[in-house]
Design a binder for this molecule. Structure first.
Ligand code: AKG
Ligand code: MN
Length: 213
């Protein structure tokens, strides 16, 4: 944890301009974190998506699965995602995350980083269907990976690294997505698997956005 970034208290709030980001080091999932991780790795229908970014096709460097309420359609990087119905486990985790964050979510994008070679490019979660100031709650299970934040406009601000612990929850809300990008870098040393669940509220089906991670 990058200690001096956080103010005291629980949840801890990152002391960053133009952002509202809170961090809980541990949330109660009603089951051991490692068991939830194993269940998701073994049973989710993981997909290796080919995405279009600025007209170029790439295989995403991680696996994904999208669950949500019927109608919570989501489009990013030229990819139209139709939600799978909530499993009992994911519906239960959603309720727990909603209780902790006092926000409501109708979908979850799951990211599976198989090892140190998997990553997510720098991006903002600013697709039109998330609305103007979305609340996004990001639950981390498994290997610790570093969440990198970069201000989009103020180049005097250095990138900020936050180590996301297993069982932790990070909430981004308010104007954060307007001013900051975030991502997960590849590592040079081998590491174990990590599954990340990003809970979102999709407002409706709008025109696809052309960019994304
Ligand atoms: O894996 C993470 O912690 C980041 C996930 C993320 O940014 C996303 O799904 O949009
Ligand atoms: Mn994101």
């Amino acid at each position: 944890m990058t200690g001096d970034l956080f103010e005291n208290g629980d949840p801890r709030r990152l002391d960053l301009p133009d952002a509202d980001i809170r961090y809980w080091s541990r949330v109660d999932l009603g089951a051991p974190v490692d068991r939830v991780l194993q269940e998701l790795i073994e049973h989710a229908p993981w997909r290796a998506e080919v995405i279009t970014v600025y007209g170029q096709q790439h295989q995403q460097p991680r696996l994904t699965a999208w669950y949500g309420d019927p109608g919570a359609h989501y489009t990013y990087s030229g990819l139209a995602l139709n939600p799978l119905p909530w499993t009992k486990l994911l519906a239960d985790i959603r309720s727990r995350v909603e209780a902790v964050t006092e926000a409501s979510f109708n979908s979850v994008l799951m990211n599976y980083y198989r090892d140190h070679r998997d990553s997510m490019g720098m991006h903002s979660d600013d697709e039109p269907e998330l609305g103007s100031n979305p609340a996004i709650a990001s639950l981390s299970l498994g290997e610790q990976r570093t969440f990198v934040l970069k201000h989009k406009f103020n180049k005097a601000l250095k990138p900020v690294n936050v180590v996301l612990e297993s069982g932790s929850l990070l909430l981004m809300q308010g104007a954060t997505q307007h001013h900051w990008k975030h991502g997960i870098n590849k590592l040079t040393r081998p590491c174990g698997p990590r599954v990340n669940l990003t809970f979102r509220r999709v407002l409706g089906t709008l025109a696809p956005s052309a960019k994304g991670p």
